[in-house]
Design a protein. Structure first.
Length: 341
């Protein structure tokens, strides 16, 4: 058999580890051939390929990003997109696809599966918001990068007696904010799942200064105030209908300064969280996902996604990954609130 492999959506530390594991086991244990489709769903849509064998995947385990490239191409938004994918798969002799991605990429994979394309899914997102898996690779790396930034910001905040706001990724789910804020000793953590009271945030700031400490506030990019709107960069949307989020940190800094008289500054970590080498946890998880994905393909268990349940890798229906987002439980968030202020 010949398999196509693609990585879609935002890049993520650990993608190369999945590709390496899929190819290494697929070639050595099953004797399969592989072709890499470049730039997400744009690859099978336009026939963009690259060789994918053991030699091509050697040395990529510690590398961030993806050797296959990525994009946010949505073939269901393009006239004849599905037919073009089916035609290109046939012309390249590809029997099935292994799609590595998040909500949007796996959503496309689910639709293609229903149309007869043989697909196995591998969950990826630094936001950790995919359903039916305990963790996604990339999340641990993103949290560690954010924690290092918060640790560094504590010292400069103390030196200048100012409030510092750290804006992290998290469009609809606050997992990165919650974990990095807890690990970094934040004075307040703001997440999309729990609209925040600006007056209460300001009281946390003033309380911390009263104790002779400079506050650090960690805010997810999708957090919003009560009776307020989400802050966006502009009105444009990507191929999957997502607006570009940007600015909640700067907005919050201005409001804190105006309401408390305390100097406030913002650090937006942005794509720094996506870049660089993956942590050991993410390398191991991504490798295990890749090994189990090619085994599922070998057994013809199509329409499935590999997932982490406890410490075991399980197979779950591909559609279950995107039926709903995995968001932070308010009870979990309430555990963190004891450290606010």
């Amino acid at each position: 058999m010949k398999f196509g492999v693609l990585t879609g959506g935002g890049d993520c530390p650990g993608l190369n580890a999945v590709i390496r594991a899929v190819v290494r086991k697929g070639v050595k244990e099953y004797g399969y051939e592989f072709v890499g489709f470049r730039d997400g769903w744009k690859g099978p849509l336009e026939g963009l390929t690259m060789p994918l064998d053991i030699k091509a995947t050697r040395g990529i385990l510690p590398r961030g990003g993806t050797i296959l490239g990525s994009s946010r191409t949505n073939p269901f938004k393009i006239d004849g997109g599905v037919e073009r994918i089916q035609k290109n798969l046939a012309s390249h002799g590809v029997d099935a696809l292994i799609a590595i991605g998040g909500e949007d990429t796996l959503g496309v994979a689910t639709k293609l599966d229903s149309l007869g394309v043989k697909v196995i899914g591998v969950p990826k997102t630094i936001d950790n918001d995919l359903n039916n898996t305990d963790y996604t690779f990339g999340f641990d790396t993103a949290v560690n990068i954010a924690v290092e930034a918060i640790d560094r910001l504590h010292t400069t905040a103390e030196s200048h007696h100012r409030a510092l706001i750290v804006e992290v990724m998290g469009r609809h789910a606050g997992w990165i904010a919650l974990h990095s804020g807890l690990a970094g000793g934040a004075s307040c953590i703001l997440i999309p799942e729990v609209p925040f009271d600006l007056e209460r945030v300001c009281s946390y700031v003033e309380s911390r200064f009263t104790q002779s400490y400079a506050p650090i506030i960690v805010v997810a990019e999708g957090a919003l105030p009560k009776d307020g709107d989400i802050v966006t960069k502009d009105a444009s949307k990507d191929a999957f209908g997502h607006v570009k989020l940007s600015g909640i940190g700067e907005w919050l800094a201005r409001e804190i300064e105006a309401r408390t008289g305390k100097e406030a500054r913002t650090s937006v970590l942005g794509h720094i969280q996506r870049g660089g080498t993956p942590t050991a946890f993410d390398r191991v998880l991504a490798t295990r996902f890749g090994l189990h994905a090619i085994t599922a393909a070998h057994e013809g268990d199509w329409g499935k996604m590999v997932a982490l349940h406890g410490t075991d890798i399980k197979r779950v229906p591909l559609a279950s990954a995107t039926t709903q987002l995995k968001t932070v439980d308010p009870a979990l968030y309430s555990e963190a609130e004891i450290f606010f202020g």
